[in-house]
Design a protein. Sequence first.
Length: 383
Amino acid sequence: MTPSSPPLGVGVLGLHEGRTLLVGLNTPIPATVGTAGETAYRSPHARAVAGCDMNPDKLAAAEHDAPGLYYTADYDALLARSDVDIVAIYTPDPMHGEHIERAFRAGKHVICTKPLVNSVDDAKRILTAARETGMKLLVGQSTRFFEPFRRQRAAFERGDVGTVELADAHYNHRMDWYYDKSPWAATDSDWVYLGMSHPLDLLRWYCGPIDTVHAVGTRSALGRKYNVASNDLYTVNVVGKDGTLGRALGHYGLHELPSARNAIELMLYGSEGSSLAQYHDMRYLHTGPDGAEIKEDYLYEKRGYYFNNEVHGMHYGEFSNYADHFAAALLHGTPHAPGLVEGLETFCLMEAVRRSAETGAVVRVDDIVGLIGLTEAERASVA
Ligand SMILES: NC(=O)c1ccc[n+]([C@@H]2O[C@H](COP(=O)([O-])OP(=O)(O)OC[C@H]3O[C@@H](n4cnc5c(N)ncnc54)[C@H](O)[C@@H]3O)[C@@H](O)[C@H]2O)c1
């Protein structure tokens, strides 16, 4: 395809969190500082064409917020449409494996929200379906695509922090509201997948393939109150294959101290400098060449793009950014990340954390990689 190819059509399955992608792609960026009067959309390479949810209330809400698209309660009807090039999946974690396989076998490329899958069986299932169909996948790791994390990455790639010696990431969020909204979160997933997919993906991004994991976990009082099946508090130490150290924290039963820490943070300690990226504030802090701290705050400039001007609202910008990144890669044959193999490696990291916290043992990630059957050639394709 050529640079002037028309944008690819995106059909979204699961219209609670998935509604955000439809609205993000379908509505102009609200005017903020420096953009007054301009009408611009977030993605030149992807356009919303369809939405699917079996809950009629979710369908109606999405149709209200992103009108003029095709809406259905039947996933097969979405998969049958020729204008859907990419299926974007936002169903509950334990359903991702089935929904990805059905999309691949219908000849669709896939964006799957985090976590990609939450079981070894589903990891094997989607790897087999990808090999047999040749279809491509992007994991919707939204944090990577949020402004401060993009800038932190660009600076890292320029060499500003030198060699990363320790990456320190967390995602902490009080979750009683989520159990009320989505009861499956208490019974059919594990916070190592549901929540820690954010910080563990960030460690995989900066530490490279992980060698060993040592984790501990417990259930908070709030988790016990909601009969949460898994731990909802984990602390994790990892060692990358190249020796880089990583540390991750996930706490989902906390009493928040709103101004103390951001929900998601990534601190890089490098040989040449340090940097910190934050969500949901939109700050990126780093050391300049003279050692002074530089604080970049994009909240006012970018609040329309990322939050539709609802300060600290939904993920309109991040989701649109990754859809655009993936569609551009499909149109122009450029790389995309995190793709299927990197996503499966991060699945193995999450599963290693779960097993380490369960047994108290240090777990080698390659032992899980061996269970799902990723080949060395497939792993070598990840930068
Ligand atoms: N930052 C992020 O990227 C982010 C944030 C929140 C949630 N998530 C992920 O998004 C996914 C969905 O989370 P949520 O909070 O929207 O959950 P939810 O329970 O609120 O919504 C899931 C929706 O999927 C629909 N659904 C389920 N099976 C279906 C089927 N077979 N056909 C049609 N519709 C179906 C349900 O009706 C429901 O509306 C989860 O995997 C979650 O981990 C990602």
